[in-house]
Write a protein that binds this ligand. Structure first.
Ligand SMILES: [Zn+2]
Length: 311
């Protein structure tokens, strides 16, 4: 089964129009100089950023060319034909280079002004969701050690007499349990995050971090250190960011590429990512308890800004 989603333009597009005319019709219109070109679409499904030039739209304005496979195109076309607003609009379509989601941008375009420069306005973005790539994974932390032989078992990390057991089940019929050893400095924490549309799962357990492939039941990466307190995965640029009580370790391709250690801190946590910025909080111990304040990590430059400092 598949379904079409109408993607919120305001949320996922840097700008929805390109108007080269220097004239403004009303004072509330943004002057041309401030209009953002290229047009950047952040994939609704995975966050991957895809840029377009006005010429990309111009090429598709009078052409029926498609970049989609026939089956996907048919489903999207059927949706468009049933809509009075979208019927007959030119379109630009593509597969997201990261998650492969079929996406169609519908726009109005044409020559404008005295010079006839191509202008455009994006009317709608459609995404095609496919259930076959939406395998729902469920995982459950087991309260006690599983009965030997009941499940397919897989061990991760060094021997641990009291590991965390996680049972992975999914609608592709797999069912197995993994045993994950704790880290090494007596931390007590756990966090499990699946990467959308992949079979990768990040697992933090008492200081130890594991990136596994739950379909293959294999370890992809585990740093040697066991003192982590939080993690954030950025799949589109393959970054792994791990927090410790004293700073941040940034990994790319299983190699550490940057370590940030601000002075006199006592904890780091990640909150959310918006485009290229990952925000979080850093804790400073004070006489009256802990004081958490926000930081921003630029995922492109890997520069971290916190209070008046930059690392
Ligand atoms: Zn995507």
């Amino acid at each position: 089964m598949t379904r079409i989603v109408e993607i919120e333009i305001e949320k996922y597009l840097s700008t929805k129009e390109y108007n080269p005319s220097p004239h403004r019709f009303s004072p509330s219109e943004t002057p041309v100089a401030e209009r953002t070109i290229p047009i950047v679409y952040s994939c609704e499904n995975c966050g991957c950023q895809i840029s377009f030039k006005p010429d990309d739209f111009k090429k598709h304005n009078n052409s029926k060319n498609t970049n989609l496979q026939k089956n996907d195109k048919i489903i999207i076309d059927k949706y468009i034909k049933n809509s009075i607003d979208l019927f007959n609009l030119p379109s630009l379509d593509f597969y997201c280079p990261n998650c492969n989601q079929p996406t169609t941008i519908l726009f109005k375009g044409g020559p404008s002004g005295y010079w006839g420069i191509f202008e455009l306005e994006i009317e709608k973005i459609l995404g095609l969701k496919k259930n076959r790539i939406e395998v729902t994974i469920n995982f459950k932390i087991l309260e006690s050690n599983p009965i030997s032989g009941k499940f397919d078992e897989k061990y991760f990390g060094e021997t641990d007499t009291n590991p965390l057991w996680i049972r992975f089940t999914s609608n592709d019929f797999s069912d197995w349990v993994g045993s994950f050893a704790s880290g090494d400095i007596g931390l007590s924490n756990s966090k499990i995050i699946e990467i959308d549309n992949t079979s990768k799962v990040g697992i933090l357990i008492n200081g130890a971090f594991y990136l596994i492939d739950r379909s293959l039941k294999e370890l992809i990466f585990k740093p040697d250190q066991g003192y982590f307190t939080d993690f954030y995965l950025v799949p589109d640029i393959e970054l792994l960011i791990l927090a410790t009580n004293w700073g941040i370790h940034i990994f790319k391709d299983k190699e550490i590429i940057k370590e940030i250690r601000p002075d006199f801190v006592d904890g780091v946590k990640f909150i959310k990512r918006k485009e290229n910025l990952l925000t979080g909080e850093i804790c400073e111990p004070t006489e009256n308890g802990d004081d958490w304040s926000e930081f921003e990590l630029n995922l492109q430059t890997l520069k971290l800004k916190w209070k008046k400092y930059e690392y």
